[in-house]
Design a protein. Sequence first.
Lengths: 261, 109
Amino acid sequence: MRPIFFLFLLFISFTIKAQNNAIQAGESLNYNLSYNMSGIMNDVARITMETSEVKTKKSTLLRLKCTAATFSKWDSYFRIRDLYESYVNPNTLTPYLYKREINEGKHYKFVKYNYDYKTKTVKSFIRKKSKNFKSGFWDRNNTIKFNSGTRDIVATIYKLRSLDIHKAPIGSSDHFTVLFDNKESIFTFKLLGKETINTAIGKKECYRLAVEVSDPGVLKGKNANIVWLTADENKMLVYAKFKVAIGNGELKIQSASGLKN
Amino acid sequence: MKKLYTILAIITALIAVILAILPLSNLAFIPAIIALVLGYLAFLQIKKENGSKHLVQLSFLLIIIALSLATYKSIFSTTELGNTEQLEKLEKESKKEAIEELEDIEISD
């Protein structure tokens, strides 16, 4: 009996409650993205994560918006103006529409997913700049079957905050299926422990979570990609360390307002 | 050896000046310190052999310029966002389009 109980404890996931008690409309979080260049961290961009209420004829949704913009000193070398949006159910954070429009140097890409939960399909639309077409764009429409629980990257980041992490034992993990560029990848978040860290908004007790992605081309290194979420009801992302193919960097919170708790 | 130290000091000092001008000014400290060490070694050799100090002096001048510029930028330059007017416009348009698309969607808990 004891080994079975132990195994149960070991594999218990954070997903005990699916309701959102951490995020509300009007929340605004600002981060500085730093990139490691020859051992020195350089602030390269400002990341903003904002939520707002969106009313349609039949329902009220929560708009999760993330933007990335490079600081002016980098604009002449590599200008980034990215917009990520997810329109979700305010209670369960289930996405209904996802949009991603990236402008990075000369690279442009627009991605849109329309989720249909009756047929469990996503209508995907991808647009890229191309000189081979009269319109100047390469467009592609696809219909993708998805598994229950599949979310886009923005909805996943916010969903992570709605989990009951305080009930999860250290070492436990949870998996999320993320649809990115029409491909499903498994994101695993493993609770490494609690830690108090200094941030621009004060000293915060945080949950330390390691992130792993099933697609080996995305994140590099074992336990090299870590996020710190405040160990309170908001479970706000305050600090993150990442290692990708082209280097490593950090995401540091600068300001937070409109928090639910 | 004297020539090698002098040439290397000038090259690294030039790299430091270039980096100090670019947004990567924080990185200028590394080649500047290397140039300082090489310049000092070259200076010691020249002193022993009573040679011309002009090139070493030039490398020191470049090091001073690079270090001053990099220090000034690291203290006084603030990280300001570039022009985001277009992005803000895009955000508004995107929201408007999204509302139109989501008009008939009924959400379930």
